[in-house]
Design a protein around this ligand. Structure first.
Ligand SMILES: Nc1ncnc2c1ncn2[C@@H]1O[C@H](COP(=O)(O)OP(=O)(O)O)[C@@H](O)[C@H]1O
Ligand SMILES: [Mg+2]
Length: 264
């Protein structure tokens, strides 16, 4: 096992308004190959901003980023655009809460699942792309993948759309999958299925996962290690069970207390 991602002192500041606003401060994250790490925190605590920075998806204007995001010997904050592009959506890929906003409504599912192969692996033929897309769609639990391949996003349920997003994120065999509240828009049963799918992907493909949620009980189901964020800062980090047993911060205790008893 080796360290594949090493984020140190990440700092993100917006300049949209007169005064700069710091939204992430001193964020550190070390990720081992094949590990699942959780990031938990109330809405607005800086989880998505940190994740987007790691995925290289923060727009370059109107914000300052400092620190280091080391991946594969490169600092993703300072490397050239081509290097960053070569990782984005291929070695490091991301899925979001609401697949409907990430999926293109007028493009067929198959086309969207294949996207990262079209961008990053031009050597792969059209037939091979389709074959891999259908295999991946099958692997994420989409029934009748050949049929779904030719469908449009609006023809699918929320849970199926999230599976499509996961297939699209996984087709390039990323080393890191960042899942930003991937189950928040789904009902509890489907939520459990998606968590199970992420666990399966991690186990079978050894993909490291950064799993983001405002729900500590979900994090506990999937992750061994968790980072607790509040107001742009990491307030606590460590083994999930350990944190459940003896949370050091009042904020963490509140997150634990917010979990409905039925989930425990
Ligand atoms: N475009 C923006 N300009 C200024 N502040 C922003 C912008 N987008 C998000 N923020 C702020 O950044 C902070 C962190 O947001 P975010 O990372 O999305 O939180 P979380 O994912 O934990 O809910 C929030 O206070 C939010 O208001
Ligand atoms: Mg968020």
């Amino acid at each position: 096992m080796g360290i594949i991602l090493d984020v140190t002192d990440l700092h993100i500041e917006f300049h949209d308004h007169d005064l700069p606003e710091t939204v992430v401060e001193d964020f550190d994250l070390m990720l081992e190959e094949g590990e699942i790490v959780g990031i938990v925190g109330e809405s607005g605590s800086g989880k998505s901003m940190s994740a987007l920075a790691i995925a290289g998806l923060l727009k370059r204007h109107a914000l300052t980023k400092k620190g280091r995001i080391m991946f594969d010997g490169h600092d993703l904050l300072t490397c050239d655009r081509n290097t960053l592009r070569s990782y984005q959506g291929d070695e490091i890929s991301m899925i979001f809460q609401e697949p409907m906003t990430s999926l293109n409504p007028v493009k067929k599912i198959g086309w969207q699942v294949e996207e990262s192969l079209r961008i990053h692996h031009k050597e792969i033929s059209r037939e091979e792309r389709k074959k891999r897309a259908i295999e991946m769609m099958d692997a994420v639990g989409l029934r009748e993948p050949e049929k779904v391949y030719s469908m449009y996003p609006h023809e699918l349920s929320g849970g199926m759309r999230q599976r499509v997003m996961i297939a699209a994120a996984m087709i390039g065999q990323p080393r890191i999958l960042i899942a930003d509240e991937p189950t928040t828009a789904l009902d509890v049963t489907i939520q459990a299925q998606i968590v199970e799918l992420l666990r399966k992907i991690n186990k079978e493909r050894n993909t490291a996962i950064i799993f983001i949620s405002h729900d500590l009980s979900l994090i506990r189901q999937l992750c061994q290690r968790v980072i607790v964020m509040q107001g742009g800062n990491i307030v606590e980090t460590g083994d999930v069970e350990e944190i459940f047993r003896s949370p050091k911060m009042g904020y963490t205790r509140k997150l634990i207390a917010a979990i409905p008893q039925i989930n425990l």
